[in-house]
Design a binder for this molecule. Structure first.
Ligand SMILES: *Cc1c(COP(=O)(O)O)cnc(C)c1O
Length: 382
């Protein structure tokens, strides 16, 4: 059996090696390292893939979130509602801009932000909601867009884990994640579903004015050379990363299908177990290879007999890497504690942080590895 890895970037690279190496060499020869034609080509290709009007590449996913919020003109003191159960970057940029992060609980089945909790957290100062499409499954965008419309709030999708997922609305229509709210941010960190070989990110929007504003912000607030109209940042995707992303984008749907295949096998082996809850798809969707509802950035189980930490140790001892995303709720992180929070407001997150475990998930997992992993889990959680 091949060694089991949490993510397997080498095998994926071997498959596209010639193309990537050739393109990298071309960039080296051309010396167009920053904002070269490759970045523009990637931008257009991603716009087509997502069916979104504007993609603005930038340096990483955290910048993308920050720049999206700057572009919307959010002001210090504005409240921005986001999930308590997410990676810290989401709340970090809110705080960094002197906006007020308002963390709310998530749903126990999808792990995504709970629309009822959003409603309860809205005050006259609320300006935006940041749903995170956690682990590759879209948040309940029907409900979130309805709340946003009723209260006149912006919706900024954190799509760092959801790229390629399709959201099916109540009326049956579909849209790619990141093409639903006012603006979205994504990350091309190597281990993301569409990852480059360094840092990278992008902002998406269908709003022409917002796209124009953001294009200036990423470039020191310049709309005309050496005229700085707003305070901006320096956040660019470089040409070397763009050629890697151009090689991988045509494979993204296939990558996501491979992830779903692995998820189906995990679920087949682990469902119906009294102490294990396998991932639940929102809206009664069924898990099939081509149902693009969930792109499984992570395959995350809930272990309900209180033995999650022992299981992590047992798997590690057996050469199986795994992860706990996330072990501490954001509202209890030192940087984000706030007297407004009441422990009783986060019952679901508090339970999830004790129960979740993410299994190895990537495009190169084979049956033997999945069988080995699931047998070990069943042997331990009897
Ligand atoms: C990875 C990630 C980010 C940040 O992306 P970087 O490119 O690492 O800055 C933001 N939000 C979520 C949910 C992520 O998973």
């Amino acid at each position: 059996m091949r060694k089991i890895q949490m993510v397997d970037l080498q095998s994926q690279y071997n498959f596209i090696k010639d193309q990537v190496n050739n393109s990298i060499n071309e960039v080296l020869e051309s010396a167009a390292f920053i904002n070269g034609p490759e970045v523009q080509k990637f931008q257009k290709e991603l716009e087509n893939y997502l069916d979104v009007k504007h993609v603005i590449p930038c340096a990483n996913g955290t910048d993308a979130l920050q720049i999206a919020m700057m572009g919307l003109g959010l002001k210090p003191g504005d409240e921005v509602i986001t999930a308590d159960f997410t990676f810290a970057a989401t709340a970090e940029v809110i705080a960094l801009l002197n906006l007020t992060p308002v963390l709310v609980d998530v749903e126990p089945d999808t792990f995504n932000i709970d629309p009822e909790a959003i409603k309860k957290a809205i005050t006259p100062k609320t300006k935006a909601i940041v749903p995170v499409h956690l682990f590759g499954q879209c948040a309940n965008m029907d409900a979130i867009m309805e709340i946003a419309e009723e209260h006149n709030l912006y919706v900024i999708e954190d799509n760092a884990q959801g790229i390629g997922a399709d959201y099916t609305f109540k009326n049956g229509s579909k849209k790619k994640s990141g093409n639903i709210g006012d603006v979205a941010a994504t990350s091309f960190f190597p281990s993301k579903n569409l990852g480059c070989y360094g840092d990278g990110g992008a902002i998406f929007t269908n709003d022409d004015d917002l796209a124009h504003t953001i294009r200036g912000i990423v470039n020191h607030g310049m709309y005309e050379r050496y005229h700085h109209d707003v305070v901006g940042v320096n956040s660019r995707l470089d040409s070397l990363q763009a050629v890697i992303l151009r090689a991988k984008l045509p494979l993204l749907d296939q990558y996501n299908t491979e992830r779903r295949k692995a998820a189906i096998k995990y679920t087949e082996a682990l469902k119906d177990h009294q102490h294990i809850i396998t991932p639940v798809l929102a809206g009664n969707e069924t898990l099939t290879e081509d149902n693009s509802h969930h792109v499984f950035h992570q395959y995350t189980l809930r272990i309900t007999n209180g033995k999650r930490d022992e299981l992590v140790q047992f798997l590690n001892e057996n050469g199986i890497p795994c992860g706990v995303y996330y072990p501490i709720p954001l509202h209890r992180q030192k940087a984000y504690v706030d007297e407004r929070y009441d422990e009783a407001d986060f019952p679901v997150t508090e339970q999830l942080v004790k129960e979740v475990i993410s299994l190895p998930m990537h495009t190169e997992l084979d049956d033997e590895q999945i069988g080995f992993i699931t047998d070990k889990i069943k042997a331990f959680i009897s």
